[in-house]
Design a protein around this ligand. Structure first.
Ligand code: ADP
Ligand code: MG
Length: 394
């Protein structure tokens, strides 16, 4: 391993006294915004015949080095997640608490145990052998995608059944092993329980009531009075809107970008849709925006102005843009995938190139994930019953 990594490991072992009595740190495998993750060998695993159950571990003291009798030859690997000390205690507790709730959930990487030394907290998870998304996303066949998403939706179904939003569904948080066609969901650092800090949003109102609220809005009245809303108001008198927008750029659902104040588990399904779009178009990252407004405009490029206006109104927001290049109705996802895979021309007989039949089936499913109205978007449970996924079982 690199010298700088070896130094980093040495520093960690030094500062977190006692960690090397129980674990032998092998390598650094992840370095994110919120943590550093190391691969390690659990030196006591065989002594205790540990299962992946946190309750068995939580009261157990670290064994002394003399006790380090290794009964079996097979080493047992773990992932040690060192959460940056700049994270608030509340936030760290939230991640561990949710992982604890999800310990028996299918395709969710279970928490083995957690330790604290001074201000440093580490979470210990079973090491999951996987491959980097960048290595395989260009080569996945539709049949491979069915298996990938079957595994991801099993994970999301079990998380959503507990009314937990993951909030950060993206390839680096779903560790996938293409050879086994199995993956595990990791990283509950941004996850939250449904209903946390909820305020009424127009999207949950019956459509009649929503329409009448819009008709009486300040915006509608200035429009009726003949004032063109041509620029951003200089003195905006509206109260500012606050909503959780945590997540990763390019994977955020429209309602997250539009600051919906009643976001639910369906935001994760949109993010899964972005992964499927990435695989079908063979472009990663597919969306590449600088900020939320940019992200909304990227979505507008695909779905068109009309759809974005409707979607904004759902959440009591007005969508206006003076950029002329956005078309009213956008473009079909079929067309976008053909463009991205350089098949937008005609074939040798002069006929327009079309998607393959199984790709068409995938696109039909993709429309159910990238549904702008969260109340109409497919759920994880429904997705597992969708023909696109059930074919993976055949
Ligand atoms: P962060 O909050 O910093 O993004 P993650 O929990 O997503 O932390 O972990 C970061 C990276 O570490 C992952 O993308 C993955 O590469 C690696 N990793 C995390 N957990 C495991 C695990 N259980 N097995 C193998 N690798 C893991
Ligand atoms: Mg992560």
């Amino acid at each position: 391993i690199e010298e700088s990594v070896a130094e980093d490991i040495a520093r960690f072992e030094e500062s977190f006294s006692g960690i090397n009595k129980r674990y032998r740190l092998i390598n650094r495998i992840g370095e994110g915004t919120f943590s550093t993750v190391y691969k390690a060998e659990d030196l006591e695993y065989n002594n205790f015949n540990n299962s992946w159950d946190i309750d068995e571990h939580s009261n157990r003291k670290w064994a002394s080095p003399g006790q380090r009798r290794r009964t079996s030859k097979r080493p047992h690997y773990v992932a040690i997640k060192k959460i940056y000390v700049t994270s608030s205690p509340g936030r760290i507790l939230n991640e561990l608490d949710l992982l604890h709730d999800l310990k028996n959930s299918e395709e969710v990487c279970p928490l083995i145990t957690a330790f604290r030394h001074m201000d440093q907290v580490v979470a210990v998870l079973p090491y999951f052998q996987h491959r980097d998304f960048r290595e395989y996303y260009r080569d996945m066949r539709i049949s491979d995608m069915r298996l990938y998403f079957k595994s991801l939706f099993i994970a999301l179904k079990s998380v959503h059944a507990k009314h937990i939003l993951h909030r950060d569904i993206k390839p680096t948080n779903f560790l996938y092993n293409p050879e086994q066609a199995r993956g595990v969901l990791v990283d509950f650092g941004l996850a939250e329980r449904e209903g946390t800090d909820w305020h009424q949003c127009d999207c949950t109102l019956p459509s009649e009531e929503r329409r009448s609220r819009i008709a009486h809005s300040h915006y509608a009245q200035t429009q009726q009075a003949g004032h063109q809303v041509s620029a951003y108001p200089k003195n905006d008198v509206r109260s500012s809107r606050r909503a959780n927008r945590a997540g990763t750029r390019g994977f955020r659902a429209p309602e997250v970008l539009l600051k919906c104040t009643q976001q639910n588990t369906s935001i994760d399904m949109w993010s899964a849709g972005v992964i499927l779009l990435t695989l079908l178009s063979r472009r990663f990252p597919f969306f590449h925006s600088a900020d939320d407004i940019d992200a909304l405009l990227e979505i507008t490029t695909i779905f068109g102005r009309k759809k974005m206006k409707e979607t904004s109104l759902l959440h009591g927001q007005i969508f206006e843009t003076n950029i002329p290049s956005y078309s009213e109705n956008g473009h079909s996802l079929e067309k976008i995938i053909l463009w991205c895979t350089s098949r937008s021309g005609k074939d040798s007989t002069g006929a327009k190139i079309e998607l393959e039949d199984d790709e068409k089936e995938a696109v039909e499913f993709l429309y159910r994930l990238l549904e702008c109205d969260p109340t109409k978007r497919i759920t994880a449970e429904e997705a597992l019953r969708h023909p696109f996924i059930t074919k993976a079982f055949e």
